[in-house]
Design a protein around this ligand. Structure first.
Ligand code: NAD
Ligand code: MG
Length: 388
């Protein structure tokens, strides 16, 4: 039986992962499940799957979690340290599906046990890509992409020589506002931004899709995952979300990954890798689909894409600054303290201020340095928002 842990089990990716796992109850032995505050869901899934331990990130929810799991023999715990300890438990396959930089430390711990890490938490790659890859190498662990675009690139690269890659194109739906006139964007609300035309995802990533911060993170994730020169990475808006990514080779061939917008494909691919197994996703009817369309990804509409290029050019720990500032700006937008277009301004100003502090960004890639820079970037972003 394969031992499985799922971090962020109560979220959108976590629930899709459980959907696949629960179809084969005899194939998997569930070690740890984690959630944030939704302990009712967490306890339900821990019982259903017979987990060893259920961990909630929020310590104020522990009493309720304990009560919900009383008499089941399932261990309970809460808080950041408990998450780390759960990630240290031996497992064969670990899903990293916490949202935000909080997903980094548990993922690194899982890699240290030699487990295969299925990485949905793109923030890990943005904040600390080289550290993630180096930790995996040092412990003989594998990292498999779960983000749909990166799973698509990964699949297009099977059996190929990276030296023959001329370009990597990742697609973006364009999110909720792709057809809005530019002058309306400043007044867009969180409710409007949280409606995605094609994908059903968590609230934060859905808003990040409307602002293209999600794609900006994914461009950096592509660079880190595949060690690809940033100049070879392109973004194209593809409103139908059927092609997830394309890899262009030096003979002119473009290998595209086509499939319905259902994360269970990428999760299932990572779960069964290197095998391909039948998955319960819709089969596309190309004739019914009729046409697939593409548009340029305009950096005036989506300044996040320009900022991602700047972050990659700067290197070092600037990805951690970018992500942390984005997380705070997103919090403020959700709380209606800043407007939709204000998010990119806050992130840009934070990047400028933090990189002006000599040496910090290039202090070296360690978890401590990532944390320090993350903390400083959050404080700086908050200060900028107070001043504006
Ligand atoms: P979500 O908001 O639906 O779920 C997030 C999970 O993390 C929940 O279990 C939540 O309780 C937990 N969590 C939140 N804050 C936490 C914290 N501080 N500490 C510990 N746990 C915490 O998010 P999601 O849409 O499932 O996305 C999860 C990750 O996967 C993100 O990094 C996202 O970018 C990535 N991703 C998601 C999708 C998708 O379709 N939803 C697609 C590609 C990549
Ligand atoms: Mg994606």
């Amino acid at each position: 039986m394969r031992r499985i842990s799922i971090f962020g089990a109560t979220g959108s990716i976590g629930q899709n992962t459980i959907d696949l796992i629960a179809r084969e109850p005899d194939a998997y032995d569930i070690v740890a499940l984690s959630g944030g505050r939704n302990v009712v869901q967490l306890a339900h899934d821990a019982r259903k799957l017979g987990a060893q331990i259920a961990v909630c990130a929020d310590e104020t929810c522990l009493a309720e979690l304990r009560e919900l799991l009383a008499g089941t023999g399932i261990e309970t715990a809460a808080g950041e340290t408990a998450l780390i300890e759960a990630a240290q438990r031996p497992a064969d396959w670990v899903m990293s599906a916490i949202v935000g930089a909080a997903g980094l430390a548990p993922g690194l711990e899982a890699l240290k046990t030699g487990a295969t890490l299925a990485l949905a938490n793109k923030e890990s790659m943005v904040c600390a890509g080289p550290l993630v890859m180096q930790t995996a190498r040092a412990h003989g662990a594998a990292v498999l992409p779960v983000d749909s675009e990166h799973s698509a690139v990964f699949q297009a690269l099977v059996g190929e020589d990276l030296a023959a890659v001329e370009r990597v194109i990742i697609t973006a739906s364009g999110g909720a506002f792709r057809d809005w006139p530019l002058d309306r964007l400043a007044s867009a609300t969180p409710e409007q931004a949280a409606t995605h035309p094609n994908w059903d995802m968590g609230q934060r990533i859905t808003i990040d899709s409307a602002s293209m911060f999600n794609k900006a993170l994914e461009v950096i994730e592509t660079k880190e995952f595949f060690d690809i020169d940033p100049s070879l990475i392109e973004v194209v808006v593809h409103p139908e979300s059927m092609i997830h990514a394309l890899v262009g080779f030096n003979d002119g061939a473009l290998m595209a990954h086509v499939g319905p917008p259902d994360m269970r494909h990428a999760i299932g691919y990572a779960l069964h890798h290197p095998a391909r197994r039948a998955l319960p996703v819709e089969r596309l009817d190309l004739v019914k689909l009729g046409a697939l369309t593409f548009r340029a990804a305009c950096e005036t509409r989506w300044p996040a894409l320009r900022l991602a290029r700047e972050v990659m050019a700067e290197g070092g720990l600037s990805g951690a600054v970018f992500n942390a500032a984005k997380e705070r700006a997103l919090d403020a937008f959700i709380a209606k303290r800043i407007g939709f277009t204000g998010m990119a301004h806050v992130v840009e100003q934070t990047l400028n201020r933090v990189s002006a502090q000599n040496g910090l960004i290039h202090a070296g890639m360690s978890l401590d340095n990532v944390r320090a820079v993350d903390h400083l970037a959050r404080e700086t972003a908050d200060m900028i928002m107070l001043q504006n």
